[in-house]
Design a protein around this ligand. Structure first.
Ligand code: SF4
Length: 499
């Protein structure tokens, strides 16, 4: 028997240029785990990655059918407006073959019922944490008699959720496949889930609860021993939603993990909640090779932090940012500038907060921080909330995601104007990177003699900052034409600098 895992087509579109950050990083290991589970069950496996492919449904279908698999599962994280291509692809597969078709992953979990309606060719969806469901499905696989299992939604049968995996340590080491192979870093998970419950986050809806589970250190070491020889990497990255958790035991655990990382000779990065940052702990982790930290700070306003149930304060964020900066670790930041209920005053407070912490000094970080808004996926708590409040802005082309009406429409005007600027910026940066992979480093590295930057990075940074402040000020007197003119002016200036 053979299982084929397919990454559905999801090339980035203009309107999604800055939305990639909304997918949990843990999704990057889903396909690898599915393949490893299947081989443990005695199945042959194959993986096809069409994530960067466009609309050639017929060509993709031909490649899938050529694998002659007994079961085809789509790892469906999101589609960025390419749902029609995926649906056409499923229709072609069904026309040519009666192999059972299924889906798993974040998107399939959140939008389970709607997806079964939207794509009638799908026979099943593995919802939520899928490894035990998949193992049970493969063990008793009977293509002509599919029945629902806990965690497995089958058309026409009631769905029963599956309890979370009790022992993460028993999972096999995931395969290294797809886009992961192009990263210089090895993604690895030391835990799953998060004890936080932020209103915009997909982690708790995916797992069905706000709970964090850890694996044993032995199993982590064994996984590194299996995966590191597979390909050259220059670092490790712990994709855990929160690498550190509160408590002395957890502190000791992450220190032990950092020693394991140090033994590999590789630096490592991780993501964690602001309220887990402590100077002495970070100093120890840095000594053991920690080189970067991602903090989801999300806002510089206490009022917004309360609204999104972040359970941290502005003061805690400042302290954590300064601690990370003081320990010499690279700081990466998650920030939702345009939270849907924001006021103009809160946008300005965000700006002052970020600038005060020195976080608006580099054009790439500035572009991210001054634009990012909240994406709403079908089935997420935010979708339900905005639907109840009649604030969802639906678009037929995007059946599984929505924009929303801002509570203060002037905030929406600033968001649109910054969005246009950010899209031009991100596309230009992509073009520069594609033209010359080294040019990104050239642009970012200070004082690199002998290599001329392709654009004036300080000028871009200043322009982005000035545009944001100007848009906010102009929105106080809401004349859309005036904002449009300002937007055009800044777009023109930006193109002038970066092309
Ligand atoms: S702390 Fe991060 S991972 Fe945890 S619920 Fe909030 S956004 Fe999600």
């Amino acid at each position: 028997m053979k299982l084929l895992i397919v990454e559905n087509p999801r090339p980035l579109t203009f309107e999604h240029y800055n939305d990639v950050a909304n997918a949990p990083l843990s999704a990057s290991l889903n396909s690898g785990y599915a393949l490893a589970i299947a081989r443990r069950a005695g199945w042959d496996t194959a993986h096809l990655d069409f994530s960067a492919h466009g609309a050639d449904a017929a060509g993709i279908a031909a490649r899938i059918l050529a694998e002659e698999a007994d079961l085809i599962l789509f790892h469906w994280v999101y589609s960025w407006g390419h749902e029609e291509t995926v649906r056409a692809l499923l229709a072609l597969l069904r026309l040519e073959s009666d192999v059972p078709l299924g889906a798993f992953g974040l998107f399939a979990t959140l939008a389970r019922s709607k997806l079964l309606q939207y794509a009638p060719q799908l026979d099943m969806i593995l919802a939520g944490e899928f490894e035990e469901t998949l193992a049970e499905l493969l063990a008793g696989f009977c293509p002509n008699a599919l029945t629902a299992l806990p965690g497995l939604a089958v058309r026409g049968e009631p769905f029963m959720p599956r309890p979370l995996i009790a022992y993460l340590s028993r999972l096999p080491a995931p395969d290294d496949v797809g886009a992961n192979l192009g990263y210089p870093s090895l993604n690895i998970a030391a835990s799953r889930g998060c004890y936080g419950d932020c209103s915009f986050c997909f982690i708790s809806p995916y797992y069905g609860c706000s709970r964090r589970r850890v694996r044993s250190l032995d199993s982590l070491e064994a996984e590194l021993a299996t995966r590191l020889p597979r390909r050259p990497v220059d670092s490790l990255y712990f994709i855990d939603p929160t690498f550190i958790a509160p408590g002395v035991q957890e502190r000791q655990r992450v220190i032990a993990i950092s020693r394991i990382a140090r033994a590999t000779g590789l630096p490592f990065g991780f993501e964690t909640r602001v309220d887990t940052i402590e100077e002495s702990l970070l100093t120890t982790l840095a000594k053991n090779g920690a080189s970067s930290v991602f903090l989801g700070i999300e806002s510089g306003c206490d009022s917004v932090l309360r609204r999104i149930n972040k359970r941290i304060t502005k003061q805690q964020i400042s302290a954590a940012v300064r601690t990370v900066q003081g320990c010499g670790l690279q700081l990466n930041i998650g920030f939702i500038m345009f939270e849907p209920d924001s006021t103009l005053g809160e946008l300005e407070e965000n700006y002052a907060f970020l600038d005060g912490l020195g976080l608006l000094a580099e054009h790439d970080l500035t572009a991210n921080l001054l634009y990012h808004n909240q994406i709403v996926l079908r089935g997420s708590p935010a979708w339900q909330l905005f639907e109840q409040e009649q604030r969802l802005l639906l678009d037929e082309r995007l059946p599984f995601e929505a924009r929303y009406r801002f509570r203060d429409e002037r905030v929406g005007l600033v968001c649109t104007a910054m969005g246009s600027l950010a899209s031009v910026y991100f596309q230009a940066m992509d073009d520069i990177r594609q033209y010359s992979p080294d040019s990104w480093a050239v642009c970012s590295a200070a004082g690199n003699p002998g290599t001329a930057p392709r654009f004036n990075k300080d000028a871009v940074n200043l322009l982005l900052k000035e545009a944001f402040r100007t848009f906010c000020a102009a929105a106080r007197i809401p004349l859309p034409e005036k904002l449009n003119r300002l937007e055009e002016r800044y777009l023109l200036q930006l193109r002038g600098i970066i092309t």
